[in-house]
Design a protein around this ligand. Sequence first.
Ligand code: HEM
Length: 345
Amino acid sequence: MAFKLALLFGVIAFASVYVSATTTTTVTTSVTTVSADDDSEGGLSLSAHDRSVIRKTWEQARRDGDVPPQILFRFIKAHPEYQKMFSKFASVPQNELLTNGNFLAQAYTILAGLNVAIQSLSSQELMASQLNALGGAHKPRGATPIMFEQFGAVLEEVLAEELGSSFNAEAKSAWKNGLTALVAGISKTLKNPQDLADPQTKLSARQVRDVQRSWENIKSGRNAMVSSIMIKLFKETPRIQKYFTKFANVPVGSLSGDAEYNKQVALVADRLDTIVSATGDKLQLLGNINYMRYTHAARSIPRSAWEDFGRLLMESLAASGVSSDDLASWKGTLGVLVNGISPKN
Ligand code: HEM
């Protein structure tokens, strides 16, 4: 994905200069989430009908106290090598599992996890957070997507037995869809917790840390960096300069000596600094993004300008010696910012 950050900053500064001088401003308050780009789901895409069938059949099945231990017992019976992963009952003989307290505790822990997932079916945000919880808890334990797939197959079997004729073709199909989506969701979140994207900001703790740390090393040169980005941007796309009425007609070669231009550069550079500081704070970050979105949408700044700014910023960061790992985190972060400030649709 490409980024459009650059303009964003240019305009931001721009916006702050001119908005204050103009009229009343109405701030939109409804946007609380940054829209992601490609896989924007975050939850499970299931039909309302499937969700309702899953809820009803689950309500019925979970009432039988035998179901939770049976799910885990069948899973371990089918895949005995996985018992070793559960340290609290790793060496309990199979025929004693169903009466072992640690085994039963784990069975009910799984039940609780499934309950939360099923209660979260109608909310992308709740589901995304439960998927993060499950993926983040299981990655360090060595669980893999295949194990979840196998677990899903066992779960389906136990449901079929438990529910008998209530587990009809409709129920079977709803659960198939639900389990497929759940396994796909968990497969994406099987990561160490610091690599999991926050469902609202779409940034992981690692991205925030990398971006903030590498910015510390270069932020003192931010004005020169922003100025070179803006000049490149204007050279590539002259009409972008026209958004800046105070120096729209200054020849590019003379910009560095233009007071209004330099004021704008400083505004952009400081806004960039503010946003980098805000990435670690969910509300501040969403607030900054929404503010930028609002001020720039009002000026019809095209998304391509942000994308170009982001691309040029990436080039500057690389030239300043930012490591390739940190650059990857910048790339993801700029993508989130661009999508938040100038959504694709
Ligand atoms: C959708 C199915 C599953 C659910 C809802 C689920 C739920 C949970 C929950 C809530 C925990 C406690 C997490 C924590 O303490 O931080 C847990 C722990 C664990 N899960 Fe799962 N789990 C599922 C499938 C699996 C699978 C397929 C495996 C792989 C064999 C697995 C292996 C483990 C292990 C090894 C632990 C740690 C147990 C311990 O030592 O305390 N789980 N599970």
